[in-house]
Write a protein that binds this ligand. Structure first.
Ligand SMILES: [Zn+2]
Length: 693
């Protein structure tokens, strides 16, 4: 399960803004410096086209890994990229045909590569590369080029015909006729995944998981496989294409010797290399089972693999590689190929451990009523990973959290792993546009602070929210679970409670003393973020006339609005208007605001501890739900004027082995900055599959 995919890029995790260009930022010298790296010269934002932003991420700490670990990461990354073609074919039968055509034109077209038409063609190509096919990666609707069919046929005529995916005996003219409707006709393969219950979900979806079959045939086919009372059912159909052959339903299995064999053989080749340098036996066992699964296509092996994978908790290196998520199938059965290669984030883990170690201190010193404090509080452990390579369904768009395996009985009997992709979240923060910050922060200090510390402050907030926030407090004896007592307000109140623990402590000297924060200024930037976001910026997600519905958004607005009102007399937060009539919120007194956060924390904990439904309801309904239509309109206008595309994805780092003879002695990381170049390179290097599978 993907915990979240970022859609509107301006709203990552908890902090909302950070600087896009950090090259000249200086950080105060302290332990916390190592979290940010001394001088981060990485350019995180690369380019924007259509509704897409292309970003980069950094493999923080890679250089410090042992040579053997780097070697293993290299092999796993190759295994990831080896499967790239599979997702293209899974998404739509003719995606590889289209991609090879676009690759040919981009690489060999002999005409003018500066014209408006060319730019339109390239924008289309980039959108296809970004979506792993001709359908939008998020909406799954087909998109078409802005250039004309005539221009497109000129491009084909003047490109290298020997690299076009022509059929046997087919000439360029015939090929042009064949491919034009696939690319230009919006009614051909209009939707990758149709979820419209009024039509046959399989027939109206362009996905290549099925061919020539109806929804009913599919449902009946798999119904027959169910064994009554099977406590450990395999994920039937996860790794096959279901189609008709001579009028009979057959499954084509994705395995060595089966469908996608050419790519899967390469995956297996690299996994075997990785296994030879594995960190320990548990990891070895898991990878071996994955290899066996790829060789046999046996779903029982896949389950065995998942169980071994969950059991491997000691390894620093981790990998997801397989047919994993089922969102690409309208019936939720077929697994899209994806791979995420990662290594445990030692710095973030240290930071989290440093906070977790002090959990009792935080509990003892909080504003909670004594009887609501836990006597023995244990910090919740959260895992953060550093992403090294992503492929298939996980690239270029990426999840920021992953919780696997998906099989329910394995989750129940053997548990699951839940991770945050720390360096991806960090990159999102760093890539945020400075123009957004300029738009919403009038005060020079706030503006500077948010640009300098926003990313770190956001990460700290998230850490504290998870590790000491949710872990804090106790419910009075005899009072039921909040889901019963606080009902539909339980989620928003719980998120608010965890946020308030983080907010209360984020300007505390304690964080500097334990070495996780460079200065109080860093903490203040989180206050700036939180108030401006809660009162204004997050409204950009809503359509005019909407109320706030989502739990996190409700809690943020509730906290910000409540603090604004309670601090009004003393002018703690001031609402200002610029000469052009723009609204701003400026914090005048950070310490008083902290006191207010503490008061609200105590009250929400009381509500939870006593199960006081009425009080909880009033807090959320009075402060968290309603939207001022005037301010909303203003925010939408200002946000749109900044012109930031709502979707983002990443260029992958490149791992380059350093060889001595035939021994790998080191691996260097490069960070390519040209999206098109990487796409062409991937197509050439990892284009293992035939055009039609
Ligand atoms: Zn939470």
């Amino acid at each position: 399960m993907k915990l979240t995919r970022l859609i509107v890029i301006a709203f990552a995790s908890s902090a909302f803004f950070s600087c896009g260009n950090n090259a000249n930022n200086k950080h105060d010298k302290s332990n916390a410096d190592s979290i940010v790296a001394d001088v981060d010269t990485m350019k995180y934002f690369v380019e924007q086209f259509a509704d897409i932003r292309v970003l980069r991420y950094k493999i923080t700490g890679f250089e410090q890994l042992a040579p053997k670990q780097k070697e293993m990461l290299y092999y796993l990354s190759e295994a990831a990229l080896a499967g790239r073609d599979i997702i293209w074919d899974q998404n739509y039968k003719f995606n590889l045909t289209v991609r090879k055509t676009l690759e040919t034109i981009a690489a060999s077209y002999k005409g003018d590569k500066t014209s408006g038409d060319w730019n339109k063609f390239m924008e289309y190509s980039k959108r296809v590369w970004f979506s792993n096919g001709i359908h939008h990666h998020y909406s799954s609707s087909k998109f078409t080029p802005e250039c004309s069919k005539e221009y497109f046929s000129e491009l084909l005529k003047n490109s290298d015909a020997t690299t076009l995916p022509l059929n046997q005996g087919e000439n360029v003219e015939a090929f042009t006729k064949r491919i034009t409707p696939i690319i230009f006709d919006p009614t051909v393969a209009a939707k990758r995944v149709s979820l419209d219950p009024k039509s046959d979900l399989i027939k109206s979806s362009a996905t290549n998981f099925y061919e020539g079959v109806s929804e009913k045939e599919v449902t009946d086919f798999y119904k027959k496989m169910n064994v009554p009372n099977d406590k450990t059912p395999p994920s039937y159909g996860l790794n096959t294409k279901l189609m008709k052959e001579n009028g009979k339903l057959v499954e084509k299995t994705w395995k060595v010797g089966g469908m996608y064999s050419a790519a899967i053989e390469k995956i297996v080749y690299w996994l075997e290399k990785a296994n030879a340098v594995a960190e320990n036996d548990a990891q070895k066992k898991a990878i071996n089972l994955l290899i066996e699964f790829y060789k046999t296509g046996d779903l029982k092996k896949f389950d065995e693999y998942c169980i071994a994978w969950v059991a491997d908790n000691e390894s620093a290196i981790d990998v997801v590689n397989g047919f994993i998520e089922v969102y690409g199938d309208p019936l939720g059965r077929k697994g899209s190929f994806e791979s995420v290669v990662s290594v445990k984030d030692m710095e973030a883990s240290k930071r989290i451990a440093a906070i977790g170690d002090q959990a009792q201190w935080f509990e003892d010193n909080s504003t909670l009523i004594a009887e609501h404090k836990k006597k023995n509080v244990k910090g919740i452990s959260a895992k953060v990973i550093t992403t090294v390579m992503e492929s298939g369904d996980a690239a270029p768009t990426t999840p920021i959290g992953i919780n696997l395996p998906n099989s329910n009985w394995i989750r129940q009997d053997h548990g699951s792993k839940s991770v945050n992709l720390g360096n991806i979240v960090y990159a999102y923060e760093k890539a945020k546009s400075p123009s957004l910050i300029n738009e919403f922060y009038i005060n020079e200090d706030m503006n500077k602070r948010v640009k300098e510390y926003g990313a770190l402050a956001g990460a700290l907030h998230t850490d504290m929210h998870e590790v000491i926030g949710h872990a804090s407090g106790q419910i009075n004896l005899g009072v039921g679970d909040p889901s019963e007592t606080l009902k539909n307000y339980a989620n928003a109140l719980e998120e608010g409670r965890a946020d308030l623990v983080a907010l209360y402590y984020i300007i505390d000297q304690k964080l500097i003393d334990i070495g996780v924060m460079p200065s109080i200024e860093c903490g203040k930037s989180e206050y700036d973020n939180y108030i401006t976001n809660g009162l204004m910026v997050q409204l950009a997600r809503l359509k005019p006339g909407d109320n706030v519905e989502e739990a996190h958004m409700r809690n943020r607005q509730m906290i910000a609005k409540w603090s604004l009102e309670k601090g009004q007399k003393e002018n703690v937060i001031e609402r200002k208007k610029s000469p052009e009539g723009k609204t701003y919120f400026v914090i005048n007194d950070y310490n008083k605001l902290r006191t207010l956060f503490g008061e609200l924390l105590r009250e929400i904990q009381r509500i939870k501890s006593e199960g006081d439904y009425e009080a909880g309801k009033n807090l959320i309904e009075n402060y968290g739900v309603k939207v001022d239509p005037e301010l909303h309109k203003e925010v939408l206008e200002r946000y749109n004027r900044v012109g930031i595309a709502p979707y983002a994805g990443f260029i992958q780092p490149k791992l380059v082995p350093v060889m001595e003879g035939d021994k790998m002695v080191d691996v260097k990381v490069e960070y390519p900055i040209d999206f098109v170049k990487q796409m062409l390179e991937f197509g050439k290097t990892y284009g293992y599959l035939p055009t039609i599978n």
